[in-house]
Design a protein around this ligand. Structure first.
Ligand code: NAD
Length: 351
């Protein structure tokens, strides 16, 4: 399977995993030539270019888009028009019109679109999904998800202080895909309405809380940005409360933060006593070696992409939920500008 990659920071990480998983990375692009040195070592034999359009001529089966957060859709549309399967980093789109154009391009194309949302496949999220799918939790009524970074003010400045860089220019609500995608995957629901709140009104950059009404009637509360005390599980913490039981990732140190606490109330059990247990995710192995838990989501997303391209399996996260998750951030930004008023999320379930 011939792969091209655009953007060589996160993209280089994805490209090296593509190679480890047996995909052939034949071409890679970064507009910054300084990024090419490391890429030439990590991706021997790959053609390196500064212009992403060059990749359109490389007879690619698939392309991995890891360029700027708010610029994925135009590239995705161009590759889909060439019949190249797309695996796109988050976000899928920067507004509703662009999201609808992307959906239309996927529907016209002979190729597929997959969202590179590894957070829906982290070990703790998979354990919670398993409990939900097995019916242990009952109907899910409240989901909470955090994507938080415990960083110093200086480190935050260095990361998002430059308004010319995408991290500095995107709205405080935009990077919600790492929380909303797990919420949508767990509930099978769609976002309907969002109200957004800054944690600290005196500092727009710290963190935002989104309160999202879902099509199932459930509520999601997601927190993202910069707050102290982040969990060790790749900045991700998830909790799902059902009508019968709760499953949530453990707020514990190091490896324990990948585990999940499941509690069923006594009234739901034949012996009448509550049951509580901590579940540890089984290790994922690749060629006899254990994959480090923080990389499991990436490995599963790339394996899923390969299965879609080579065997025609459905994308793990196809275009509509990808656009829906991204539009929560867009509606959230509008809510913030309206003093946290609820704002409808465009319904992209059907044409
Ligand atoms: N899923 C995850 O865990 C995860 C982690 C990190 C980043 N990301 C995502 O990956 C994307 C990139 O993030 P990053 O941290 O690598 O950002 P970055 O800004 O550090 O790197 C992006 C690279 O892409 C290059 N680039 C941007 N636009 C380009 C274009 N049109 N043509 C050629 N090269 C271009 C830039 O020169 C830069 O080197 C973002 O969407 C981000 O959200 C995802």
């Amino acid at each position: 399977m011939r792969i091209g990659v655009v953007g060589l920071k996160m993209g280089l990480y994805l490209a090296t995993w593509c190679r480890r998983l047996g995909m052939d990375v034949v071409a890679a692009c970064d507009r910054d030539p300084a990024r090419h040195d490391e890429a030439s070592t990590e991706l021997p034999g790959a053609i390196l270019t500064t212009e992403w359009r060059d990749l359109l001529d490389h007879r690619l089966d698939g392309v991995v888009l890891a360029n700027d957060f708010d610029e994925h859709a135009p590239l995705a549309i161009a590759f889909l028009e060439r019949g190249v399967h797309v695996l796109s980093e988050t976000a899928a789109c920067k507004d509703e019109q662009e999201g609808r154009r992307l959906i239309a391009a996927v529907e016209r194309s002979s190729a597929t679109y997959s969202f590179a949302e590894n957070y829906a496949f982290h070990p703790h999220v998979r354990l919670i999904r398993q409990a939900a799918d097995d019916g242990e939790l009952g109907g899910i009524t409240l989901v909470e998800a955090d994507y938080l970074h415990g960083m110093s003010p200086g480190a935050i400045d260095a990361l998002i202080g430059d308004p010319a860089h995408w991290r500095g220019r995107i709205p405080a609500t935009a990077y919600c895909t790492h929380t909303i995608s797990p919420v949508l995957a767990l509930t099978g629901a769609w976002p309907v309405e969002v109200s957004a709140h800054l944690v600290d009104e005196t500092d727009r950059r710290t963190a935002a809380v989104l309160v999202v009404r879902l099509s199932s009637g459930a509520l999601a509360i997601t927190r993202h940005g910069f707050l102290q005390g982040e969990p060790g599980s790749h900045w991700s913490w998830v909790s799902a409360r059902g009508t019968r039981a709760l499953a949530e990732s453990v707020r514990g140190p190091a490896e324990r933060s990948w585990s999940v606490r499941v509690r069923a109330e006594g009234w739901t059990r034949t012996d009448g006593t509550p049951h509580e247990e901590e579940r540890t995710p089984p290790p994922l192995s690749l060629h006899g070696e254990t994959v480090e838990p923080g990389a499991e989501g990436t490995v599963l997303v790339l394996r899923g992409f390969r299965a879609t391209v080579e065997r025609g399996e459905p994308p793990l996260i196809p275009v509509r939920p990808a656009v829906a998750a991204s539009l929560v951030g867009v509606a959230g930004a509008e809510s913030l500008s309206l003093g946290s008023r609820p704002v409808p999320v465009p319904d992209v379930r059907t044409p």
